[in-house]
Design a binder for this molecule. Structure first.
Ligand code: NAG
Ligand code: NAG
Ligand code: NAG
Ligand code: NAG
Length: 511
């Protein structure tokens, strides 16, 4: 109990204060640096060489398209054809040799950083099922992985990053527990095929968001029901657990890698620092945002806040009454992680919600707030980015890392997404992005060196300017610019690439 009070006090005192001063120090030896991408967002080649359709191929061709600029990822960065150029950019940014890098790895020696990318399920299995394996899909990822390794870059592979094969959406998507079976088959295939060279696997990108945002985009335009959202959480948790055990029993003995997942992890703090109700709302929202998935994987059960949320929704008639995990399910899901991935973008202020009226068809934003049971806002003085809700609040990064450490027993954390949302017209001199990464990495450094948080990897979101879902190409996170009007999709490193190259090389900010 005292630790909880202590943490609360620390957070409350810091909430009012200024940012701490800049810390000049370096990360522990072996800390890994890199950059990331998502398959639908960079690959293009949407119908090339036997690829099947996924939900995004479908939804971004609808009129009106959910992308504000009416665009899609049909070509995107054309990384399906230009992966060698991507790898050379990675090598340029991350070309470093760590002093203490273990040189005795059983299969490969990685001298540079890491590249986190995802597999397009429908490129490998066009129907989503294991009925037909597309050789061109296998070849593409083999080429990419081999080329990364030849350049000393370690692949971190996300098995599924939202681009669900369309036929699986047709049977209800993640609300149908038949998907556990299909996802496990897909994972089996990719472990078997790529696992001799891939040592870090992420089962799902942000499973909490997949469900909270209604499996991201429903293709048939039908409003998503809250029951389906809750069902989705169960399906993803059980899918993850089954795939973890598959790896553990069948592949780990000879491949020796690690399996985890990564969660969207915002920082929440009470709107009025003197109002304990607001602080309670923040803690509750954190417990649901992070804990809805993390608690089952780490402890084997839904945490109290999640159970109360489900009871509350059931009492209001918004969902049917929910069961706990059975003992057998608990035994299956507990401890199914080797690292936990953290995606962090921004901080919000919380207030308890007072509205209890029965909502009609819910928008995705409403579902999100209903689950977290808060109203969210931001401080007017926080610096804006080009994504409306994302503000620059570096101290929130240190706080969420500490919060996870204290609530989850100091697990190994991999920060797999953190980035600044800019606009194309801001060009190559992206000073704001430079300032963002310096400040956020410095807060992570404080978390590691001063607070003892166990972070081992940091991958920037994103390597390239890429298709950003409902924001299309109007915003970008890349440290490398892509000219989307040029058929060649010319790539040019921005100032931030140079700045990150230095931070990676220095392993932090040496005095
Ligand atoms: C929170 O949001 C709800 C729904 O938009 C609104 O009715 C309510 O007044 C807001 N504020 C509080 C404190 O609940
Ligand atoms: C909710 O959506 C369904 C299906 O689109 C529609 O038939 C119904 O009228 C909507 N209800 C409300 C209250 O908007
Ligand atoms: C971080 O976690 C890894 C994996 O559990 C462990 O080997 C390492 O000793 C931990 N490091 C620290 C500083 O706690
Ligand atoms: C992008 O490419 C087009 C076509 O090649 C060219 O006209 C334009 O100047 C390029 N834009 C930039 C910012 O380089």
């Amino acid at each position: 109990m005292w630790t909880f009070i202590l943490v609360t006090l620390v957070i409350l005192t810091r909430a009012d204060g200024e940012e701490d001063s800049f810390l000049y120090d370096v990360f522990p030896p072996g800390f890994q640096w890199g950059l990331g991408s998502g398959s639908y967002q960079v690959e293009g080649g949407w119908r090339d060489d036997g690829k099947g359709l996924n939900i995004f191929d479908n939804v971004f061709h609808q009129i009106p398209s959910p992308a504000v600029d009416g665009t899609n990822g049909d070509i995107a960065c054309d990384s399906y054809h230009k992966y060698a150029e991507d790898v050379s950019l990675l090598k340029y940014i991350g070309n470093i040799v760590f002093d203490n890098w273990p040189r005795s790895s059983r299969y490969h020696v990685f001298e540079a950083g890491v590249y986190r990318f995802s597999l397009s399920w429908s490129r490998i299995l066009p129907t989503g099922r294991i009925d037909y394996i597309n050789p061109a899909g296998i070849e593409y990822y083999n080429n990419l992985i081999n080329f990364l390794i030849a350049n000393g870059i370690e692949p971190i592979v996300t098995i599924h990053h939202w681009d669900l094969p369309l036929p699986l959406d047709g049977i209800g998507g993640w609300a149908n527990d038949e998907l556990i079976h299909h996802f496990t088959n897909f994972a089996h295939l990719v472990f078997h095929t790529f696992g001799d060279r891939v040592k870090k696997w992420v089962t799902f990108n942000e499973p909490n968001i997949i469900c909270m945002l209604g499996f991201v985009f429903k293709v048939d335009g039908r409003p998503i029901g809250l029951n389906e959202v809750i069902k989705c959480f169960r399906t993803l948790i059980l899918s993850h657990a089954r795939v973890y055990h598959l790896y553990d029993h069948v592949f780990r003995p000879w491949q020796g890698g690690k399996v985890g997942t990564n969660l969207a992890a915002y920082w929440f703090e009470g709107k009025d620092p003197n109002n304990p109700e607001d602080a309670k709302a923040a803690e509750n929202a954190l417990q649901i945002m992070w804990g809805l998935i993390a608690s089952p994987l780490v402890f084997g059960y839904f945490n109290r806040e999640t159970r109360q949320m489900m009871e509350r929704l059931a009492k209001r008639g918004l969902i049917s009454p929910q069961k706990e995990f059975t003992l057998a399910e608990s035994a299956e899901i507990i401890g199914t992680w080797d690292f936990l991935g953290v995606n962090h973008y921004s901080t919000y202020l919380t207030e308890l919600r007072k509205s209890t009226s029965k909502p009609g068809n819910l928008t995705l934003d409403q579902i999100f707030l209903l689950l977290l049971d808060v109203n969210l806002s931001v401080k007017p003085e926080w610096v804006s980015t080009s994504t409306p809700d994302f503000k620059v609040v570096p101290s929130g990064f240190r706080r969420i890392l500490n919060w996870i450490k204290w609530r989850y027993g100091n697990p190994e954390l991999c920060v797999l997404e953190n980035g600044y949302s800019g606009r194309p017209e801001q060009g190559l001199e992206d000073y704001n992005r430079v300032a963002f990464h310096r400040a956020y990495i410095n807060e992570m450094l404080k978390a590691v060196k001063l607070d003892g948080v166990n972070v081992s990897v940091y991958t920037v979101w994103s390597l390239l300017d890429q298709f950003e879902m409902e924001l299309g190409y109007t915003v970008n996170f890349g440290v490398v610019a892509v000219n989307f009007t040029d058929l060649d999709r010319t790539r040019t490193p921005k100032l931030s690439a140079t700045c990150l190259k230095q931070i990676f090389k220095d392993n932090g900010f040496p005095r």
